[in-house]
Every structure is written in structure tokens, then in C-alpha cells.
Design a protein around this ligand. Structure first.
Ligand SMILES: Cc1cc2nc3c(=O)[nH]c(=O)nc-3n(C[C@H](O)[C@H](O)[C@H](O)COP(=O)(O)O)c2cc1C
Length: 128
């Protein structure tokens, strides 16, 4: 079975990004995929320090393992100041090519202002 993992870069209680992720994951499941939704609001992820090991933060390994095992992933970002949220960027910074490269990627951006694709375009150009 095809495996997907999904994360959304908003920590807000009633986040539209998290809602969009939930709906997308439901749709993928309905299409027959196995989907793991990781809610970053419930995970203890430190700021990326550029090193590999985060022994005091086992959720880093949980995040990495889920992405490593997945065939594809869904990323949802709120638009913050015209770009990807720091929460999502940091989660991606905690991973590497091993987890992100060569996979199917679905991307969604949520914003409060006039409709545009700025954050989405920035998300697309982040390197695996
Ligand atoms: C720090 C910050 C920066 C934001 N910058 C933008 C922006 O540049 N453009 C925009 O349309 N909305 C902006 N917004 C509004 C959010 O994109 C909007 O509220 C969105 O729903 C937030 O996502 P969430 O519902 O998943 O928390 C910003 C919100 C915050 C908190």
C-alpha cells in the first residue's frame, strides 16, 4: 500500500492549515493510501541547530522515521509574511535528503489576505 505522511505548519488551535491537512489525508485514505498525519502542535520539536542528533527530543526521530518510510508527503503551510511559516520550515530543516528526496509531494498554502501563491511557490523551491 502507498504510504503518505502529512504535516502542517501552524500551531494555532483552530488552524485552517491543520483542517486542510486533515481533509487531504481523509481523501488520500479514501483513495486507498495509508496516511500518517503528524500534528506538529502535539510534537516537541526543537529549533534546528544544524547538527544530526537531538537526543533530548525523540520526536525528531519520529518525524524523520515517518518521512523515511513514506512514499510521499503532504505539506501545508500558512502564509506568514509572504512565505512559508517558520514552524514548517523548521520541521523540514530537521530532516534531510534521506527523508525528502525522490518522493511524491503535495503542497497547500493557506492565507488570510488577497489570494496569491507566494508561500506555495517558496515551498515548491525548497530543496529535498
Ligand atoms: C505572523 C503572521 C504573518 C502573516 N502573514 C500573512 C501574509 O503575508 N499574507 C496573508 O495573506 N496572510 C498572512 N497571515 C494570515 C494567515 O495566513 C492566516 O491567518 C492563516 O489562516 C493562518 O493559518 P492557520 O489558520 O493555519 O493558522 C499572517 C498571519 C500571521 C500570524
Amino acid at each position: 500500500m502507498v504510504k503518505f505522511v502529512g504535516i502542517a505548519g501552524s500551531l494555532r488551535p483552530n488552524s485552517y492549515s491543520q483542517m486542510a491537512l486533515g481533509l487531504t489525508c481523509d481523501r488520500l485514505r479514501a483513495l486507498g493510501a495509508e496516511v500518517e498525519l503528524l500534528d506538529l502542535r502535539e510534537m516537541d520539536l526543537p529549533l534546528c541547530h544544524g547538527g544530526k542528533e537531538y537526543p533530548d527530543h525523540p520526536d525528531v526521530e519520529r518525524l524523520r522515521q515517518a518521512f523515511l518510510e513514506a512514499d510521499g508527503f503532504v505539506l501545508v503551510t500558512p502564509e506568514y509574511h509572504g512565505s512559508v511559516s517558520g514552524v514548517l520550515k523548521n520541521a523540514l530543516d530537521l530532516m534531510s535528503f534521506d527523508q525528502l528526496d525522490g518522493k511524491v509531494a503535495g503542497m497547500i498554502s493557506i492565507l488570510g489576505g488577497q489570494s496569491n501563491s507566494n508561500a506555495l511557490n517558496h515551498l515548491r523551491t525548497l530543496n529535498g
